[in-house]
Every structure is written in C-alpha cells, then in structure tokens.
Design a binder for this molecule. Sequence first.
Ligand SMILES: *[C@@H]1O[C@H](CO)[C@@H](O)[C@H](O)[C@H]1NC(C)=O
Ligand SMILES: *[C@@H]1O[C@H](CO)[C@@H](O)[C@H](O)[C@H]1NC(C)=O
Ligand SMILES: *[C@@H]1O[C@H](CO)[C@@H](O)[C@H](O)[C@H]1NC(C)=O
Length: 253
Amino acid sequence: MAVATLSSRSRRACAEAASVLLVLLVIAPSVAAGGDTNGVYEPCADAAVQRGDGFTFGVAFAARGDFFSGGVQLSPCDGRLSLASKGAKLAVFRPEVDEISLLTVNTSAAGGFDPATSGGYMVAFAGRKYAARSPPVFVSNSSYTVTSFTLVFEFNKGTLQNLYWKANGCSACSGQPSFTCVDQSCAISTANCTGKGGSVDCSPGIQLAFSGTDKHEAVLNSWYEVSKLRQYSLVGLFSNLKDSLTSQFSIFF
Ligand SMILES: *[C@@H]1O[C@H](CO)[C@@H](O)[C@H](O)[C@H]1NC(C)=O
Ligand SMILES: *[C@@H]1O[C@H](CO)[C@@H](O)[C@H](O)[C@H]1NC(C)=O
Ligand SMILES: *[C@@H]1O[C@H](CO)[C@@H](O)[C@H](O)[C@H]1NC(C)=O
C-alpha cells in the first residue's frame, strides 16, 4: 500500500497543476522484498527507477482543451496551462514499478469528486525534463461515464518515456442497454451512477501496465501479465475492492 503524500516541495511544484488532492485508494498485491529505492515523491520531478521501486505519477482531471496551449498538449506540471485556475483536480498515486496494480479515485461519496464537473477528461503525467503525459481520455459527462481504464507506462533505462491509455474495447458491453461504446471503451449511462440517481459505483478504476526497461536494463513485463490475466478476472485478485466496483469491473474482464 503506497499512497503518496505531497511534500511541501511537491505542493509547490504542483500548485499550478491543481487545487485539490483527492482521497486515494491504492491496491497493490504485495510489497516486494528489497523495498523502494526511489526517493522522488513528486509527480513533477524526474526519477530513474528499478523494479520494485515506488513511482509517483499524477492524474489531472479537466476539460480536454485545458490540457493544450497554442495547439500543443503540455504536461499538467507546466504552469502555462494554469490548470488550478480552471478548476482542475489532481490525484497522485505511487504504485510499485512492474507490479500489477488497480488504482481508483472514489467518486461515489455524496458531494464528492465528480469528474464530469471537473471537465470530464483525464491526463496521466510524470516528470519534468521528460514531462511524459498521456493523451486526454474521456471519463464522464452528463450522458456517459467510463469506469475502466488501462494505463501503460513505457520506461527506458528506468526513465519514463511515454504514458498512454490502452482502450479496452467494447465487446464486454455490446448489447447491454445501460452501456454505450465511447472512444472504444464501455461507458455506462451517467444516470445509473450513485449520486446521479442510479445505484452503480462509477468510480474510475485504472489498471496499470509497465513496459520497457528499468535503470539496470531489466525488462519490465507486467504488461504481458495483464494481457494474460485479462482473459480471466484481474479483479478477483483485489478482494478488498468494494463489491459494487468489483461486480461492475467483472463486466469488463
Ligand atoms: C467510496 O466511498 C463511499 C462512501 O465513503 C463508499 O461507500 C464506497 O464503497 C467507496 N467506493 C470505493 C470504490 O472505495
Ligand atoms: C458526452 O460525451 C459523448 C462522447 O464523447 C458525446 O457523444 C456526447 O455528446 C456528450 N454529451 C454531452 C451532454 O456533452
Ligand atoms: C440503469 O438505469 C436504467 C433506468 O433506470 C435501469 O433500467 C437499468 O437497470 C440501470 N442499469 C444498471 C446497470 O444499473
């Protein structure tokens, strides 16, 4: 279990990025022996990691256009975006490198965080010099909410080079009346979500996959394990996930 607490340095680094740190739940299957040798706890700083280290990254929620300046997508760490003044929200996670992890941002609590109100899109990011950022991905608007995401980290010699969302496809929800295919992902009607008149916990779940090499050039391969596991039920590994989320996820795997 590794939940990043922003240090004061990191607060400064991210002050431009977002105003609120969300309540986070990080579920990791095990803590590897050997421990965490990565002393970088800030999402807006560069780190070189090895397998088993913690790795801090951020997820910013805002409108799609808020992630661009002059037609170029900048890192949420870049002050030119002024995300905080646009009402963006920030979540910070510290999963273990090359461990299969499922992260969630709890949106089901009454009066809690609502991704649609924050603009409906999210970008994952880490680093300053390399400033890796994923493309913006649709999460929620008043019509639809996507609840299941796969985020791929590509490292080269332990430095994050690239972050991207892997669309889960819509075969799992085809023919199900409460679901629609949005950008190659299953989206549930927002009206079905708790807090919107429905009963489904629509908290977004983010499954992580690692690829490339660590700083000792050891190959990261949790991506391979995830693709192998997807045909069964990854969620079964995370028995401490709340029932509503688990049963919702079981639709997708
Ligand atoms: C989110 O928080 C609510 C209220 O505290 C709780 O009932 C729900 O189970 C939580 N969901 C997840 C996925 O942790
Ligand atoms: C919600 O998003 C979907 C998919 O991008 C889009 O087709 C739809 O028009 C949007 N609805 C609203 C009310 O913005
Ligand atoms: C979504 O809402 C509709 C209308 O209230 C309901 O018929 C349907 O069963 C709900 N779907 C889920 C998955 O809760």
